[in-house]
Design a protein around this ligand. Sequence first.
Ligand SMILES: Nc1ccn([C@@H]2O[C@H](COP(=O)(O)OP(=O)(O)OP(=O)(O)O)[C@@H](O)[C@H]2O)c(=O)n1
Ligand SMILES: C[C@](O)(CO)[C@H](O)COP(=O)(O)O
Length: 228
Amino acid sequence: MTAQTLRGDVAVLVPAAGAGVRLGPGGPKALRELAGEPLLVHAVRRLSVAPSVGQIVVAAPAGDVEAVCGLLAPVAGVTVVAGGSSRQASVAAALAAADPGLGIVLVHDAARALAPPELVERVAAAVRSGLPAVIPVLAVVDTIKQVDDAGRVVGTVDRAVLRAVQTPQGFRRDVLTAAHAAAVDEHTDDAGLAEKLGVPVHTVEGDEAALKITRPLDLTIAAAILRS
Ligand SMILES: Nc1ccn([C@@H]2O[C@H](COP(=O)(O)OP(=O)(O)OP(=O)(O)O)[C@@H](O)[C@H]2O)c(=O)n1
Ligand SMILES: C[C@](O)(CO)[C@H](O)COP(=O)(O)O
């Protein structure tokens, strides 16, 4: 990674403190390697070349803050804080350390290590255009069934109205701050918190390369994406 200064109007919060249980043994997921480098380094490198980005705040595993500072030292404009016991707590910790002068805040999973800078720009531009909350989405390609506790099918959901949600998710800073301040329960994404406040959430097209590395096969897919 070459040293560079970040100059944009967007703070990106990077929750990276997860254990990676579904990936299997091997330490915190963000520090697991893909093509010889930690997932977090792949993610931050892509964020740092997006022209809109002015600051990156990483929520690292609490025991690895120093190591993560070392890993990311070559990128100017990166702040590292200790993450929390849930993704939501990690985002809240990163938000508290974000530069108050940056009016747009994106939240991006370290686990979506190959999200391209173009996706960051697409989300940032949509927020800059005046939208309060923006998420990247992809059409659902599988047929989706609703099942009961016994695993029996209750019905088939109309997939035309469904979308799979990715990160980065973008927000006006005051919207994300209010959403986290009002949180009373855990949500799997930040847009869910904004929805609870009645904030309209808009979508932009996602990117298949922004897959969330969750299970072992995802690492194989990510390695193939890198090679292609
Ligand atoms: N306490 C937590 C839990 C998750 N995350 C981050 O949130 C993102 C999305 O979470 P996920 O992919 O589910 O990661 P893990 O929680 O590590 O996965 P698992 O549930 O398999 O342990 C990841 O970048 C992860 O590091 C976080 O910062 N702090
Ligand atoms: C934020 C997210 O990546 C959007 O798809 C997802 O909700 C994270 O969920 P996880 O259960 O923490 O992996």
